[in-house]
Design a protein around this ligand. Structure first.
Ligand SMILES: [Zn+2]
Length: 390
């Protein structure tokens, strides 16, 4: 027993050290000044964003409850379906996984349709076809991923027993690395012609192609890829009016900041830190149904996975908000243009109807970026700290 306790302490210490190492950043120890949102945003725009966000949040709560209830019932009664299948344990496990997937899709469907209706009321994009059958590619990819994941887990459980999580977690980390590496090449996009070399120099990064993606109705941008596949992608609307070249320069500096601070590598690192305990807890829960070698364990495993993902969501958001704040700080230092940043974040509130300061529980569960108000406060903090430094 003492050996087990000692081993647990060592594992916890290694986890803690890795988390500390991944958390380190170039952010100063900062205190955001408190700004008044009613003075920053036009009253009409603020009211619109708040009203839109209130209902959007309710949809999220409804979808989450629907998913938990359906998967909870499936975990309880789904076993019945496995007895009638002759596909072998892994084949039956995959069938059960797909059945759970289909049930969740059906339970969330009404809210997805309502959500499109709500977005249309506010002049935002959204298609009923997309909301119902989704885009076929994404749906197909999720199916393939689910089946692949179940095949890996059940295959390992049949070979090594209840310790399957030890080899399975590295498998999933490896797959995540692979997708992060090849993903950018699959996205395509058109070259972006504005001068980015100057910004690259300021951000201390080199040779990161910037691509523009068509077919999106919202202003957005993201950085992705590892090593030679590193890219920055801009959704077309963000490089078109009302966004200005000066604001786009800030956006680009933010995305290059993600690359400069190795945020894609760090995200994979965090994924690994969560993958091990998550897989361990699923293995523990699955034992109640004879372990993951048996198809009967699949409905319970899927339910436990979804519950754990919900539990870790606040922590994941703390981590991504930290990286986003670092990318904003990086952009401020590279551009020395807090005014462009402030204009950009104000404009985003009217263009995307993102609530500048949502309620606390929304912040905890749903905000993977600092709020628009916090991001503006950061530009103010930069402006005052830059003015004070010699
Ligand atoms: Zn970002």
């Amino acid at each position: 027993m003492t050996r087990r306790v000692a081993a647990s302490i060592v594992v916890a210490a290694v986890w803690g050290f890795a988390a500390w190492w991944l958390w380190r950043s170039s952010l100063p120890a900062y205190h955001l000044p408190h700004l008044d949102e009613t003075a920053l945003f036009p009253p009409g725009a603020l009211h619109r964003a708040q009203h839109f966000g209130r209902v959007e949040r309710l949809f999220w709560v409804a979808r989450t409850i629907a998913k938990l209830v359906v998967l909870g019932l499936f975990a309880r009664y789904g076993v019945r379906f496995s007895r009638e299948s002759a596909a072998g344990p892994i084949g039956t496990g995959m069938l059960l996984g797909m059945l759970g997937f289909a049930l969740v899709w059906a339970a969330q469907l009404p809210f997805d349709v309502l959500d499109v209706w709500w977005r249309h009321r506010y002049g935002l994009s959204g298609s009923y076809v997309q909301a119902t059958i989704g885009n076929w590619f994404a749906l197909g990819a999720e199916f393939v991923f689910l089946c692949g994941a179940l095949a890996i887990v059940m295959g390992l459980a049949r070979r090594v027993g209840d310790r399957w999580w030890l080899p399975a977690a590295p498998c999933f980390v490896g797959l995540t690395l692979l997708f992060a590496f090849i993903g950018p090449w699959l996205l395509g996009g058109k070259p972006y012609h504005a001068d980015v070399r100057n910004l690259e120099r300021l951000e201390h990064v080199r040779n990161i192609p910037v691509r523009v993606l068509d077919g999106f109705d919202e202003p957005n941008a993201f950085a992705t890829g590892l090593g030679p596949s590193r890219r920055v992608f801009l959704w077309r609307p963000i490089i078109e009016p009302p966004f200005t070249p000066r604001q786009d320069r800030f956006v680009l500096a933010h995305e290059l900041g993600h690359q400069a601070h190795d945020h894609i590598w760090k995200s994979v690192g965090w994924y690994a830190l969560f993958a091990f305990p998550l897989a361990f807890l699923i293995a523990l829960a699955a034992r109640r149904r004879g372990g993951m070698r048996r198809a009967e364990a699949v409905p319970l495993a899927v339910f436990v996975l979804v519950v754990l993902q919900l539990v870790e969501l606040p922590l994941q958001n703390v981590i991504t908000r930290h990286m986003e704040a670092e990318a904003d700080w990086s952009a401020l230092r590279a551009t020395h243009d807090p005014v462009a940043g402030r204009q950009l974040f104000r404009l985003l509130a009217t263009q995307t109807l993102d609530d500048p300061s949502p309620p606390w529980w929304d912040y905890v569960f749903l905000e993977n970026h600092p709020t628009l108000l916090q991001r503006i406060e950061m530009t103010r903090y930069y402006a005052t700290s830059a003015a004070q430094s010699p």
